[in-house]
Design a protein around this ligand. Structure first.
Ligand SMILES: C[S@@+](CC[C@H](N)C(=O)[O-])C[C@H]1O[C@@H](n2cnc3c(N)ncnc32)[C@H](O)[C@@H]1O
Length: 233
């Protein structure tokens, strides 16, 4: 994966509360409610599970590179059908959460298939039902594009992660390649309406707006994929 600029805490973190609140309200105005997102994923859960091998072929290397060193007790937020599970160290405990019960059926099967020590729970990423400091590593992939309020979800990831722990994200983003970015912009509105996924979002900006210190950020595959390592404050 090609490494781009490392991101130290920036002046974004010094934004006033009202600026942040304006941005959050704007994000929410353009968002579907969580139950509609859950319905959208219920419709495609079986198909996504069938495409497991295709995902391994195209996204497997990015998932492995971002998550293979996750340590201790790991929370996978919006785990979907459990595609990250096979790339986690088999020695640790994994807990997956997702808003879609239909996606979790496949995540449970994946835990069994891999014989992992883990559980999955239906839960909203914006309101995690775990005490503070419950996990050593919080991971999430291809998810902030779908959360109605991604900043609230990132704050929840921060809350349940121990001080000294890590928040590891793997996300898609608006490409650096102009023709691809043009297609993403063109399809953004209809794709969101159909799938509840923002094709043109910029995850690093969202993480910075949430105020999480970013230790490392890298992009790959024409800038379509980004890996972000953040820490709780
Ligand atoms: C594109 S899928 C990614 C799934 C998985 N992380 C992966 O990499 O294959 C997005 C997932 O986010 C889940 N999701 C969307 N909104 C959510 C929310 N508010 N809380 C928890 N999960 C949510 C969806 O149900 C879906 O499983």
């Amino acid at each position: 994966m090609q490494l781009s600029n490392p991101h130290e805490p920036t002046d974004q973190q010094h934004r006033t509360q009202s600026e942040n609140s304006d941005q959050q309200q704007s994000a929410q105005r353009h968002s579907k409610p969580a139950d509609e997102i859950a319905d959208a994923y219920a419709d495609v859960a079986d198909k996504l599970a069938r495409w497991r091998k295709v995902d391994q072929l195209f996204a497997g290397r990015y998932r492995r590179s971002q998550f293979e060193d996750a340590t201790g007790r790991v929370l996978d937020v919006a785990c979907g059908t459990g595609r990250n599970f096979r790339y986690l160290p088999s020695s640790g405990e994994v807990v997956g959460i997702d808003i879609s019960a239909d996606m979790l059926v496949h995540a449970r099967e994946e835990l069994e298939r891999l014989d992992l020590d883990g559980t999955v729970h239906q839960m909203d990423a914006q309101e995690l039902g775990f005490p503070d400091d419950s996990f050593d590593t919080v991971i999430s992939s291809f998810s902030t594009c779908t959360f109605p309020d991604p900043i609230a979800a990132l704050h929840e990831m921060e809350r349940v992660c121990t001080t000294g722990g890590e928040i590891l994200l793997l996300e898609h983003r608006r490409s650096d390649a102009a023709p691809l970015a043009w297609v993403q912009d063109w399809r953004a509105e209809s794709h969101y309406e159909k799938n509840g996924c923002r094709l043109d979002h910029e995850p690093l900006e969202t993480v910075q707006r949430a105020g999480l210190p970013v230790g490392n950020a890298s992009t790959a595959f024409f800038g379509l994929v980004t890996a972000i390592d953040a820490t709780p404050r």
